[in-house]
Design a protein around this ligand. Structure first.
Ligand code: OAD
Length: 232
């Protein structure tokens, strides 16, 4: 049994809840140019377009539910006596809705807003537009979704890296391994001496970096993995 676990999740863990992934054949980036909706430059060029995209995503996630993989990770957190950290690249709230608590949203959350004028971050559940007033500084025209765009620094990297340095089990779930710094976590965990496991529908970009891998749908392989781990 390990004494310290770090888990990284990506879009694949929410796919069976009905949220599209990014890089699968019918993924979001096959239909939409990420530079238009997921970069500071895209927001500067056409903020209304970016608000429309995140208003749609924020609305979409309200009608979906956590699946068996989210639930299994919440169960692992409750049942495991050692150090535990769940790091997600996902901006949906399915992990917390399943009961996860020791959780970092390294790419932000689309049910939060960030004001470019005052830097304030607030929960946000409705629509957002250029007319939206910041609840902190009360200025209009500066509100944006609190999500990390390409070229921006993910949240809480110091805490994540400290956990990676101290872990003896690292599990990567439902991520294609294309986006850094998350794609580099497996190397950091290995350097710390951790056992590394990939759970994904298919081998990821960095599949060779893991000690072990299991491929299949998250709703099957994640609960199985958790049961084996807790039974060990
Ligand atoms: P991707 O869309 O790049 O990768 C999703 C991975 O999940 C792929 O490797 C799929 O094979 C796998 N997958 C799909 N369905 C699955 C299922 N049912 N069970 C298990 N695995 C499944 O998504 P991410 O790796 O999360 O960032 O993308 C990383 C970042 O790129 C995102 O956080 C987002 C995106 O652009 C930003 O927007 C900054």
């Amino acid at each position: 049994m390990p004494s310290s676990i770090v888990i990284l999740t990506g879009a694949g863990i929410s796919a069976e809840s009905g949220i599209a992934t990014f890089r699968d054949p019918d993924g979001i980036w096959s239909k939409i140019d990420y530079r238009e909706v997921a970069t500071p430059q895209g927001f500067a060029a056409n903020p209304a377009r970016v608000h429309d995209f995140y208003n749609w995503r924020r609305q979409n996630v309200k009608s979906v539910e956590p699946n068996a993989a989210h639930v299994a990770l919440a169960r692992l957190e409750r049942a495991f006596a050692g150090e535990f950290l769940l790091v997600t690249q996902n901006v949906d709230s399915l992990h917390e809705r399943a009961g996860s608590e020791r959780l970092i949203h390294m790419h932000g959350q689309h049910d939060r807003a960030l004001c470019n004028a005052c830097g304030g971050r607030t929960p946000w559940h409705g629509e957002m537009s250029l007319e939206t007033l910041c609840p902190g500084c009360e200025q209009a025209g500066h509100m944006r979704p609190d999500v990390v765009w390409f070229g921006e620094m993910p949240y809480e990297m110091d805490r994540i890296q400290a956990a990676l340095r101290g872990c003896d089990l690292f599990v990567s779930i439902g991520t294609s391994g294309n986006v850094y710094p998350a794609a580099g976590f497996v190397r950091e965990a290995r350097a710390a001496g951790a056992r590394t496991v990939e759970l994904n529908l298919e081998p990821s970009q960095g599949a060779d970096l893991f000690h072990e891998a299991e491929h299949g749908p998250a709703t099957r392989i994640v609960p199985d993995f958790v049961e084996r781990l807790l039974g060990a």
